[in-house]
Write a protein that binds this ligand. Structure first.
Ligand code: LLP
Length: 419
């Protein structure tokens, strides 16, 4: 649920945000560590919490997470490097590389550092097996169905590129290359609707019985939703754990020994800890519409454009926020007509009722801690923006603005390729 900015128990409050914008140019990502810590605590019943860093991968946040005992999921060479620099130890299985494919650099680092692989295809098993026998692996199973807050975030079923369908074939390859099977993993989608939960648990059991394999662990994947609207409820973690714990116990008694239960959340841990602060540059009145042009675009926050995702918006300067509401269309500065933050999943432009907005006001986008900064780009040659973290009431710059000079540098001093 979007946090209230007048709640001074949080560091993400009106006074602190005003202090930040006095000293720093917007747009800026702001996070609060204590909110992340509270979310981690909620999942402590699980044996292992493996954070899906794709949601928010700033190494300063990863280092704090490591200190709380979290393990980590990486999905690229870059994410493996982030995990290593944040002190996660491959030998203790603190890093798992999840993927359906693999490139040469990643193959080299996972075999050199002995990083366990969560294989989403039988092809990847072959590639790893040929390079190094006895490598530790998990199998990511596609259970034949999926779900997500949007069809683009559904990762199961026949239209998904993810996961292994033919578990028998996977086991043949495991035997052939003497790979060490650790566990079975399922992730059906991000922001899933938990009517699918029982179905997922049954599928996990069915797959294990079907091939009669011995494993040490199961992973529920990620996908836990968060309430982006005030009207939505928080997910019932106790109930979620209970259902998975029963599944784990059933599997353990079938196999004949204890097995560990992992969870792999991204959004759940970080979404609510983050805000995006933006400034209103221009208000354009066209016919009966008011287009508010702010200084952040979909190069910064892409979720509304990509999925039609809703983010609650507060107007920082308006204290009489409940009065004088007007309808606005909130837009970015990009030279692209789709650069609009208030649109539905079909791409229809929507207006939002907000307290009266003036040029120079600050608009705050809520719940942007997950898939905010990590999905940003340099479109329209706009640099990546600053990230600030509040911890115990103090603010730290955890990423500086990228400079245009830095972006352009990669294109200078071009060399002729000799064939
Ligand atoms: N594990 C695997 C294998 C995944 O593919 C993902 C997310 C997660 C865990 C974490 O899922 P979460 O707990 O965050 O739902 N960009 C989209 C979300 C894409 C998620 C991709 N995979 C968004 O902004 O909503």
């Amino acid at each position: 649920m979007p946090i209230k900015l007048n709640n001074t128990k949080n560091s993400l409050n009106y006074n602190n945000l005003c202090k930040i914008i006095k000293k720093h140019n917007t747009p800026i990502w702001i996070y609060e560590w204590e909110i992340i810590k509270k979310k981690i605590k909620l999942l402590k019943q699980f044996d292992i919490i493996r954070y899906a860093q794709k949601a928010c991968s700033n190494i300063n946040i990863l280092k704090l997470m490591k200190k709380t005992g979290l393990k980590i999921d990486a999905v690229s060479y870059g994410e493996i490097k982030r995990a290593l620099i944040s002190n996660f130890k491959p030998k203790k299985d603190e890093i798992i590389f999840t993927s359906d494919s693999i490139d040469e650099d990643t193959l080299n680092i996972i075999t050199k550092k002995k990083i366990t692989v969560n294989a989403g295809s039988t092809n990847i098993l072959k590639i790893i097996g040929k390079k190094k026998k006895r490598h530790k692996i998990w199998l990511r199973i596609n259970p034949g169905f999926g779900n997500g807050h949007n069809k683009k975030t559904n990762t199961g079923g026949v239209n998904s590129k993810h996961g292994i369908w033919d578990i028998k074939k996977a086991l043949i390859l495991i035997k052939k290359y003497k790979l060490k099977l650790i566990g079975l993993h399922m992730h059906i989608g991000s922001g899933a609707n938990y009517n699918h939960l029982l179905k997922m648990c049954k599928s996990m059991i069915k797959n294990i019985i079907k091939v009669n394999i011995d494993i040490k662990s199961i992973s529920t994947g990620g996908g836990l939703p968060i309430p982006y609207y005030y009207k939505e409820k928080e997910i019932n973690i106790k109930e979620y754990f209970k259902i998975w714990n029963n599944t784990r116990n059933y599997i353990a008694s079938y196999i004949g020994h204890n097995i560990t239960l992992e969870i792999e959340p991204g959004r759940f841990l970080v979404a609510q800890s983050g805000l995006l602060i933006t400034k209103v540059n221009i208000i354009k009145k066209i016919n009966n519409k008011k287009f508010v042009l702010i200084d952040a675009g979909f190069n910064d926050l892409i979720r509304p454009c990509m999925y039609g995702s809703y983010h609650h918006i507060s107007v920082l300067k308006s204290k009489n926020s409940e009065r004088n509401k007007e309808k606005y269309i909130i837009c970015g500065p990009l030279c692209e007509s789709g650069d609009i933050f208030t649109q539905d999943p079909k791409g229809n432009i929507k207006s939002r009722k907000l307290p009266k907005i003036k040029k120079g006001d600050y608009l705050i986008f809520h719940d942007t801690g997950a898939y905010g900064s990590t999905m940003s780009s340099n479109y329209n040659t706009r640099p990546l923006i600053k990230e600030i973290l509040f911890k115990k009431g103090k603010a730290y710059i955890i990423r500086n603005n990228q400079s245009i000079k830095n972006i352009l540098k990669l294109e200078q001093n071009c060399k002729k390729i000799k064939f």
